[in-house]
Design a binder for this molecule. Structure first.
Ligand code: FAD
Length: 352
């Protein structure tokens, strides 16, 4: 059931894995809804990952609700392209009412409804689910001298493959999966230095998406025991294990500032480099919610479950652990989407 600019029970902002998971449950509940996605094609952030990017979990451990991800022939860990194909097929399979490209500019209060303003018109909704991810808000620390650096700087979002850095002196900054995977491939053809804020925490070799799926599921069910973050930060996918075998996985502490030719540590030591790749993460993409959420810019958004405390007709899906354990993963998106739609459905029953 979808609607043209006009009025809907629920508008979902964002048609990546989070928005599609919400769409699955909204459709199953028979709720009048629409999904507005800024991209011309399906796939969300998965369309933009670097060439070698893969899931860190096998296909069968990365299902959206209702229909698991088909295995990719010959690949234990599916490629980003396979995930995009899956999301595209998923939309078709459930005939989800995705309108694209439609960018939501602002969501405002409008009496007993919310006004969802876009370039294609304004939707009036009873409830809004925001699932806009983080990919459009890359984070780079504001260090002294960053503008002076004469070399190349790029964030994970702009990294495609190691080839362009062949033979150069490259600093990879960050302590997560992106940094470890990019360092692993850049170090094969360039002089790479790894820099992290704190010592890197590697998961045990036998922990990949299968185990994370189990741990996150247990935690979400209120189970005791360690959480995913207790296990470490970096999944030892094959490329990262190979880097370890090559003695590459040793990081230096974070530098204090940058110079025209490179970086400088607090003790005055300097290192010349040609390139800095900032694998320093993301911030939730909430710009469109500025009229509703006073703390949006700092990423400090108070929620109860996924429901906003500042505006209780607004739900936030898939932004990371603060919107539910592993909610930014495929399997976690489904779990938090189910709870979100159940909450909206019961409120609509109480006040049709
Ligand atoms: P996105 O995929 O970013 O989709 C958001 C959609 O909203 C986009 O289409 C965007 O265009 C749209 N949008 C944004 N703003 C607006 C607006 N104002 N109006 C309308 N539309 C808008 N997860 C796993 O499950 N397994 C993994 O192995 C895994 N590996 C990862 C590796 C890396 C390097 C990264 C960065 C992430 C990884 N993730 C993994 C996490 C997962 O890829 C992302 O968290 C996921 O893409 C988030 O999905 P989403 O739908 O929340 O957001």
């Amino acid at each position: 059931v979808s609607c043209v600019p006009g009025s809907c029970d629920v508008v979902v902002v964002g048609g990546g894995q989070g928005g599609l998971a919400a769409g699955y449950y909204l459709r199953r509940a028979g709720l009048d809804h629409v999904i507005l996605d800024a991209q011309p094609q399906p796939g969300g952030a998965w369309r933009h990952g670097w060439e070698s990017l893969r899931l860190f979990s096998p296909a069968e451990y990365s299902p959206l609700p209702g229909w698991g991800m088909p295995r990719q022939a010959g690949e234990e860990f599916p490629t980003a392209g396979h995930v995009v194909d899956y999301l595209e097929a998923y939309e078709r399979r459930y005939d989800l009412p995705v309108h694209r490209p439609v960018r939501v500019r602002e969501v405002r209060r409008a009496g007993d409804r919310l006004a969802v303003q876009t370039g294609a018109g304004t939707w009036s909704a009873r409830y809004v689910i925001s699932a806009t991810g983080t990919w459009e808000r890359p984070y780079v620390p504001d260090l002294p001298g960053r503008e002076e650096f004469a070399g190349r700087q790029l964030h994970t979002v702009d990294y495609a493959s190691p080839e362009e850095f062949r033979g150069q002196r490259v600093l990879v900054v960050g302590g997560g999966n992106s940094a470890a995977q990019i360092l692993a491939e850049v170090s094969r053809i360039a002089e790479a230095t790894w820099v992290t804020l704190r010592p890197a925490r590697f998961m045990p070799d036998d922990v990949d998406g299968r185990v994370l799926f189990g741990v996150a599921t247990r935690k979400a069910a209120g189970g005791a025991g360690e959480s995913v973050s207790d296990l470490g930060d970096i999944v030892m996918v094959p490329g990262v294990r190979d880097a370890r075998d090559r003695g590459v996985l040793h990081s230096r502490s974070m530098f204090a500032g940058m110079t025209e030719r490179g970086v400088r540590w607090a003790d005055g030591a300097e290192q010349t480099c040609d390139v800095v790749i900032w694998c320093t993460g993301f911030r939730p993409n909430l710009t469109h919610l500025a009229p509703l959420l006073p703390g949006w810019r700092q990423g400090e958004v108070a929620v109860e479950g996924t429901r906003s405390v500042d505006e209780d007709r607004l739900y936030l899906l898939g932004y990371g652990d603060w919107t539910g354990a592993a909610s930014a993963t495929l399997v976690g998106a489904g779990r938090t989407a189910k709870a979100t739609v159940a909450d909206i459905a019961s409120r609509l029953r109480e006040a049709p």
